[in-house]
Design a protein around this ligand. Structure first.
Ligand code: GDP
Length: 420
């Protein structure tokens, strides 16, 4: 990976477990904080008779960003010799969850923080659950504040066992569980020597060991149609290649309409006549046959088409202020498609922190609850199972005009077929 590439990371954990401190420390240790700013904070802390407060660094950066003074968003980057990192959002609120679920923000990797003195708490579990719903598989766990318990190895191992067991129930295998003190800088960018019993990587080493930004290039082609233009007497289907690649001459299928044709040209703004385009690129394509399809169709290779369905079972995470109701109709947005769907059955209602099933065939899900729901769609939709493709296996649920929650497709039922 070249240094110009950026890995987007999200830092989650229970309130007060040390997220801001950890972020401040990472910026500080990587030399990403202007010296004048550091001195100002040191002076403020000294005047208040407290130790240097790394959490203030983030407040200070945020304040400048809001006021739009010297610091632009680029300053929320920090770099190592391997690559650049950006911390993508202030964690912990509903807005954050919404941004993540709707895809307005996306993360390549996560640090899950647990206060070693308090251990795994409800929010820790809820956030871990969100990571699993969003398909963030590159996770490192940091057990923080070990300076407060004299870097006690046994206590660290207890917390490590607890968090590993919970993550296991979510099918998340953390890359590492790292004993740290964000405040003292132990196992952050370097080792201070307080944890001689720990042989694993520091936080920065663990981040640097993460793989490239998404594995989207290697998945089957998924090009959701954003717009259809007629220009110069030709029809152009425009959109972003979410996964895989598209090539001139490919035999492709548009789903859910099931129309099959060949790619005549792949074009980009100012770059007509490309041979191919890959994941992440916005392109327009023309086809050998003029097809009358609309926004929302997914273009795929004929042999690797998404599933065309009118019914699926999904895990959903509900965020709206009003309950999610069985029997109600919601708008589901998946990639560029939008369909009406009836929540036929809330098959399971889960406690989002323990993941225990707390009810079956329930009438409602309350805000922040998780459920397994069977949806019946009024018109067919092209989907993938979430385990196969995160981009086209995840959707947003709209309730009236607001985003009510998000979901991931687990199984596809009914008249599902690959229409090939
Ligand atoms: P957040 O709510 O998760 O962002 O937590 P903060 O970063 O604001 O930290 C909450 C409190 O814990 C603050 O008073 C920090 O100074 C303190 N804190 C954070 N990390 C450490 C640590 O490694 N050691 C100690 N002793 N205190 C810490």
């Amino acid at each position: 990976m070249s240094q110009s590439e950026t890995l987007k990371i999200v830092i989650v954990g229970h309130v007060d477990h040390g997220k801001s401190t950890l972020i401040g420390r990472l910026f500080y240790d990587t030399g990403s904080i202007p010296e004048a700013r550091r001195q100002e904070i040191a002076a403020t802390c000294k005047a208040q008779g407290r130790p240097f407060e790394f959490a203030y660094l983030m407040d200070a950066l945020e304040e400048e960003r809001v006021q739009n003074i010297t610091i632009d968003t680029a300053s929320s980057f920090f770099s190592t010799s391997r690559r650049r990192y950006v911390i993508i959002d202030a964690p912990g609120h509903k807005q954050f969850l919404k941004n993540m679920i709707t895809g307005a923000a996306s993360a390549d990797a996560a640090i899950l923080l647990v206060d070693g003195t308090e251990g795994v708490r409800e929010q820790t579990k809820r956030h871990a659950h969100v990571l699993s719903l969003l398909g963030i598989r590159q996770v490192v766990v940091a057990v923080n504040k070990l300076d407060m318990i004299d870097y006690d190895r046994q206590r660290f191992q207890e917390v490590e066992n607890d968090i590993r067991a919970f993550l296991h129930s979510l099918h998340i295998v953390p890359a590492h569980v790292i004993p740290i003190s964000a405040r003292e800088g132990e196992n952050m960018a370097g080792r201070q020597g307080h944890t001689p019993w720990y042989a694993g990587p520091t936080i920065l080493e663990a981040l640097d060991a993460f793989g490239d930004v998404r594995g989207d290039a290697t998945l089957p082609l998924r090009l959701p149609v954003q717009d259809v233009y007629t220009w110069d007497g030709r029809r152009i289907y425009a959109g972003r290649v979410e996964t895989g690649e598209i090539r001139q001459g490919d035999e492709v299928i548009f789903q859910p309409s099931g129309k099959v044709t060949r790619v005549k040209s792949v074009e980009k703004w100012r770059e007509p006549g490309l041979e191919r385009a890959g994941a992440g690129e916005c392109v327009g394509i023309t086809t050998e046959d003029e097809l009358f399809v609309e926004r929302g169709e997914i273009i795929a290779r004929l042999q690797q088409a998404p599933i065309r369905t009118r019914e699926f079972r999904a895990s959903i995470f509900w965020l709206a202020d009003t309950p999610f109701r069985a029997g109600a109709t919601y708008t589901i947005k998946l990639a560029t498609a939008e369909v009406q769907a009836v929540a036929v059955d809330i098959e399971e209602r889960l406690d989002s922190s323990t993941l225990e099933v707390i009810g079956r065939h329930e009438p409602e899900l309350q805000p922040t609850e998780v459920g397994t729901v069977l949806f019946s769609l009024k018109t067919p939709l092209a989907v993938d199972r979430y385990g196969e493709n995160v981009r086209t296996g995840r959707f947003v649920i709209q309730d009236s005009l607001q985003i009510g929650g998000g979901g991931t497709i687990q199984t596809v039922e009914g008249d599902a077929d690959r229409a090939v």
